[in-house]
Design a protein around this ligand. Sequence first.
Ligand code: FES
Ligand SMILES: [Fe+2]
Length: 425
Amino acid sequence: MISKEENKLLTRTGPGTPCGELLRRYWQPVALSEELPVGGAPLSVRMMSEDLVLFRDDGGRIGLLGIHCSHRGTDLSYGRVENGGLRCLYHGWLYDIHGRCLEQPGESGGGENRDQIRHRAYPCKDVAGAIFAYMGPGEPPLLPNYDFLDASRDHLYVSKIFHECNYLQANEGNIDPVHLSFLHRFLENQDGRYRGVRGADESHYNLVARNSAPLLDVELTTFGARIYTVRKLENDRQYLRVSCFVMPNLSAFPGQTGGEGYSVNWHVPIDDTHHWKYTFIYSAGAPLRKDLVNRERSELGPDYRLIRNEANRFLQDRDAMQSKTYAGMGSGFQAHDAFATASQGAVQDRSEERLVSSDKALVAARKLMEKAIRDVQEGKDPLHVIRRASENRFPHFMVISDMIPSDSDWRQYAKNLEAEARAKI
Ligand code: FES
Ligand SMILES: [Fe+2]
């Protein structure tokens, strides 16, 4: 449980709020690349309660500007893309991607004072199928050099999903490994499905159903926290999963490519009661399997909204709960997670929660966030803001889904894998 004040501190992300200031110190996904094709229309986007327009100029450069024209506030997302910028339809002012006003064609002489206009503008990068923006002050930090952001397109699936709740509770779901044994449980054998565990002869889904009270441990790192989940199983085996909480609003976990890759959920506030979950599914080994990609897509309708949603009670089927799935909400996990987190409330009231020992990862993550908020308030860079190329390497960003002998020291096992990864760079 945390106080109502702490809850506000961690969940309010509009301009000028402490957490909003923290999130703005990092590059954040603002759209999918597929939403902004070359020659396409500008896109109206809302990020952390700011209304913005994302566009590609006629040279292909990406700009993110305040949506209301600096002149008299007309919506720039309806504007014309031409002459090196975005032109407002009302009186023709033209802005470039840096927010400079290039033309004021309704003024004699083209607008003598137009150079004084500094329209709100944020730098953008198009990387790995997503467009990232830096909305903070000063020099932008480096975009973290995670492996998944460098993957070729046949090894990476990228999409986003609309969530009707605050970003924080959904990210807390990613670092809560116990829910895998319940919310996502199948009642039928899943050996036909992707196994997802290195060294195992059966599916991850069967394994998590057999031990629903795993041992949990949390280790702090330079990017956030690493979460160890150990499930002791019969036949002298233990199932080790390692996932990561990455400051300030994303997580990496084994997911559907466990054993040979990982998934990342990156929760970007639209405002305090809605957010986009950017999903990256990465395979480090073989190209991504088509059936996996198709299953992900099949959960989404137009506009990146889930087909199963609150309005239709996630199409819950009580008969299916007897024989097929624990939740009766189909076999896709995105709907399960959307149900569990959105139904906590638009902003979960954490002063009413009763945490238990298996919630230790999310407690650690909240403490990291609170410390980072204080650091920003004191004028310091918060954890995982990267300025130097030598720091922009992540061999310790490890996601593990491995079956190991029960007498094996799982912490040492993970350390050995980390040492191997460090030796490769
Ligand atoms: S309101 Fe945009 S040019 Fe006048
Ligand atoms: Fe989940």
